[in-house]
Design a protein around this ligand. Structure first.
Ligand code: EPZ
Length: 415
């Protein structure tokens, strides 16, 4: 399947923001350590969620997904290795390891996959597990981890990796004694995971800071979880509204703090946003201020929105630049944007973007999730028609980007 998108003059209406992908995936992994039935509300209907459920099935954990409600029954959970052909389908499969170690003291699973946006090693995850007394063995594309006695430790992460923080938090829940994790990530996804683990009965201090102290416990409750909105999806639509004249409302924004960094960049780009309780009302004339931007660790501007920001800056009032500081290889968007007549080049970890008035449609490829969203954005800005192939990448994280945008007047459809 492909997406066909054409130049769009005006967006008007309301978009309900879906539940967060990167929040719900670790919480699905965390469910492994519970014993009973739990329900996750506002769970997005995206392929990554369904692959996580298939992985749970291998552990004899039943799931039922209906109308954005995911029910997970762990009462008959039993240990099993997770094969590479399943784990390689997404990055978050690696979070099953922390939860399996907490529950069974062992985990054998294939290496994780995920978007190809850099090397994406897991050395920090494994270093932390070793500190907890886990024997780690890598055989081909399989990881074999065993711990006779999972023990709390004092560990400093050499980089505030989101995934490593989540994985070590999960393992710490089953470790004997106290675990101190220093230099952790502080992203909203970590805060939500901590809140969920606390609702299971785990004691965690320092939530939202860069030191977390976790006290593992032998007995765990089950707890339901109401997922938060997806800050990257909201950010995608905010950035699109910078470039396309709009009068739109984004609804379902339950915690505005989670997108403060994105709103700051949008304000710099010239976007006018009025906040009301759970809504953002956006009015834009589609003029984009040029500037120099950079991604960074939260609360800086998220790397996940870098490709969309680059696309939007093609319409800037002058030349712009964006510097990527998190991943080494997040510029695949550049070659595809060139196919639309975009004038931009990469030097080191910065992309330089020339203002362009004559973007024209072409046939392009989605090469990863956020790059795919950037190509949709560029298609809305380009004259003629743009065809985006390989939309399965986009569907990993955007529940229905085509319908969301079509409903507010975008010229976009599946073909
Ligand atoms: C999470 O990936 C997100 N994925 C990514 O979103 C997001 O871009 C990223 O965090 C940063 O915010 C999920 O939550 C599923 P990291 P993660 O570990 O956990 C290096 C999207 O589009 N590193 O914080 O994999 C790594 O190479 C996805 O939704 C190590 O060196 O990110 C990278 O340069 C894409 N060793 C940096 O840290 C390690 O052991 C950040 O990676 C781990 C990471």
């Amino acid at each position: 399947m492909a997406i066909s998108v054409s130049k769009t003059e005006y967006l008007k209406g309301t978009i309900k923001i879906q539940g967060s992908k990167n929040t719900v995936l670790p919480i699905i992994a965390a469910s492994i350590i519970t014993n009973g039935i739990s329900v996750i509300y506002n769970c997005p209907d995206i392929s990554d969620v369904h692959v996580m459920c298939e992985l749970l099935k291998i552990l004899n954990i039943k799931t039922c997904y209906e109308d954005h409600v995911l029910t997970i029954d762990t009462t008959k959970a039993c240990y099993a290795p997770l094969p590479y052909d399943m784990t390689c389908r997404l990055r978050s499969s690696v979070l099953m390891l922390g939860a399996m170690l907490a529950k069974w003291g062992r985990g054998e699973l294939g290496m994780p996959g995920g978007c190809t946006i850099g090397m994406r090693p897991i050395d920090i995850h494994l270093e932390g597990f070793c500190k907890m007394g886990v024997d780690v063995d890598v055989a081909g594309n399989m990881l074999c981890c065993k711990s006779f006695y999972l023990t709390g430790c004092d560990f400093r992460l050499r980089y505030p990796s989101v995934g490593a923080t989540e994985n070590l938090l999960l393992a710490a829940c089953g470790a004997k004694g106290r675990t101190i994790l220093r230099g952790v990530a502080k992203e909203p996804e970590i805060i939500e995971l901590c809140n969920y683990l606390q609702s299971l009965g785990i004691l965690i201090e320092g939530v939202g800071t860069d030191v977390l102290v976790i006290k593992g416990t032998g007995y765990l409750n089950c707890a339901d979880y109401v997922n938060v909105f997806d800050r990257i999806v909201a950010g995608t639509y905010l950035l699109i509204a910078c470039a396309i004249p709009s009068n739109i409302i984004l609804s379902g924004i339950d915690d505005i703090h989670y997108i403060k960094n994105i709103l700051q960049v949008c304000a710099k780009l010239g976007l006018n946003v009025i906040r009301s309780e759970h809504n953002l009302h956006i009015q834009s004339c589609g003029r984009v201020n040029a500037g120099a931007f950079a991604t960074g660790i939260y609360p800086k501007f998220p790397t996940d929105l870098l490709p969309v920001l680059i696309a939007v800056l093609l319409k800037g009032s002058g030349d712009s630049s964006v510097t990527e500081t998190v991943f080494e290889n997040r510029f695949s968007v550049v070659d595809e944007l060139k196919k639309l007549n975009g004038k931009l080049f990469v030097a080191g970890n910065t992309v330089y973007i020339e203002r362009t008035d004559n973007l024209t449609g072409n046939i392009v490829n989605a090469t990863d999730l956020r790059q795919g969203a950037a190509m949709v954005t560029a298609g809305l800005m380009s004259g003629g028609n743009t065809i985006i192939n390989d939309v399965s990448y986009i569907e990993r994280g955007y529940e229905n980007i085509v319908e969301d945008l079509r409903k507010v007047g975008a010229e976009i459809t599946y073909i």
